[in-house]
Design a protein around this ligand. Structure first.
Ligand SMILES: Nc1ncnc2c1ncn2[C@@H]1O[C@H](COP(=O)(O)OP(=O)(O)OP(=O)(O)O)[C@@H](O)[C@H]1O
Length: 310
């Protein structure tokens, strides 16, 4: 085994069926050190089932999950290096927040306190409430305690299912900054979310799944580039639009003042600029447009069955 070449997290052709539901089908992807990978998919796509297999909470029917190059199963030693938030641990209601963390930590058989307790509590931001019984906690407070539980062990790998649920915008931002700092220090983070705008700000990579299958996986930046749409700043928008309408390949053109947005699949920017300038239109700037993650996601998962078949 050569640990240096192994990704931190690897799903190898994972499959899982529940009765008649094929929750996950031959799913493969990897998350490397320093990456924050958003696991995306519509409801029921198989995200939670995938995460459960990655941390040994359920066994795949076929395929395997590996963390830091080691196969994962319930109780596997490598899981000590993983912070997990899935379904949430069952907190003991009559114990305090801190009492619950202590109880969960005791399962590791390591001395209290955990290495990153202070940072985890800081992020959880529960203040004096950390010493109050969990039964009086709001949903948001429980969610923050769950995050503290996942982070207190200073994990190398984080697997978080919908971690921003129940958090307010300031807390979401604090979480984003915390995860980014962990990734900068070499952690690998896999995080599922329905909040695409949030993922767009947080993730370096994404894995999109639908009907249990992989739709796409890769760096976020490349995915958001729209190589066929340009925003062109000109001295005369209407005139530019007239010229562009005559240019072969320019499919849609919208004008807003001195800015023209043109979709021209396969037409290089220099060709568009050339036709404009030749026709006497002054061009001050050309930018390639980028799409939002939401647009990309909806396009990928809309005609689901053709994407799933790719
Ligand atoms: N323990 C189970 N028993 C039976 N069916 C299950 C079980 N767990 C998941 N499923 C089914 O497997 C499919 C995938 O579910 P999963 O929870 O993994 O999806 P998800 O992408 O996490 O969805 P959501 O975004 O709604 O949380 C769904 O059809 C779900 O009903």
């Amino acid at each position: 085994m050569e640990p240096s070449t192994d990704p931190m997290v690897r799903a190898r052709e994972l499959s899982k069926r529940y009765g008649r539901t094929q929750a996950v089908s031959e799913l493969g992807f990897a998350v490397e050190s320093g990456q924050i990978c958003g696991l995306l998919g519509p409801n029921g796509a198989g995200k939670t089932s995938t995460m459960r297999m990655l941390v040994g909470l359920s066994a795949p029917d076929t395929g395997s999950a590996e963390i830091l190059g080691s196969p994962v199963a319930l109780g596997a030693g490598v899981l000590r290096r993983v912070g997990v938030l899935i379904d949430g641990p069952a907190f003991v209601p009559h114990l305090s927040g801190l009492g619950n963390l202590r109880l969960l930590w005791s399962a590791t058989r390591r001395a209290w306190p955990p290495p990153a307790l202070a940072d985890a509590l800081d992020l959880a931001g529960l203040g004096p409430a950390i010493d109050r019984k969990v039964k009086g906690y709001s949903m948001g407070m429980k969610q923050r305690l769950m995050l503290a539980q996942a982070l207190m062990r200073a994990p190398d790998v984080l697997i978080l299912d919908e971690p921003a649920n129940g958090l307010d915008p300031a807390e979401v931002r604090a979480l984003r900054e915390h995860l980014a700092a962990l990734a900068r220090h070499g952690a690998a983070v896999l995080v599922s979310s329905h909040q695409l705008a949030e993922v767009q700000q947080l993730a370096t990579h994404i894995v999109v799944m639908n009907h249990g299958r992989l739709v796409t996986a890769g760096p976020l930046a490349g995915l958001l580039d729209d190589t066929s749409t340009y925003r062109v700043q000109v001295d005369d928008g209407e005139r530019a639009a007239t010229v562009l309408r005559r240019t072969a390949g320019a499919a849609t053109i919208t004008v807003r003042g001195g800015e023209v947005t043109v979709t021209a699949p396969g037409v290089p920017a220099r060709e568009l600029v050339h036709s404009l300038v030749t026709a006497g239109v002054g061009v001050t700037a050309v930018h390639q447009a980028s799409r939002s993650l939401e647009e990309v996601f909806l396009t990928m998962t809309r005609g689901d069955d053709d994407h799933a078949a790719r």
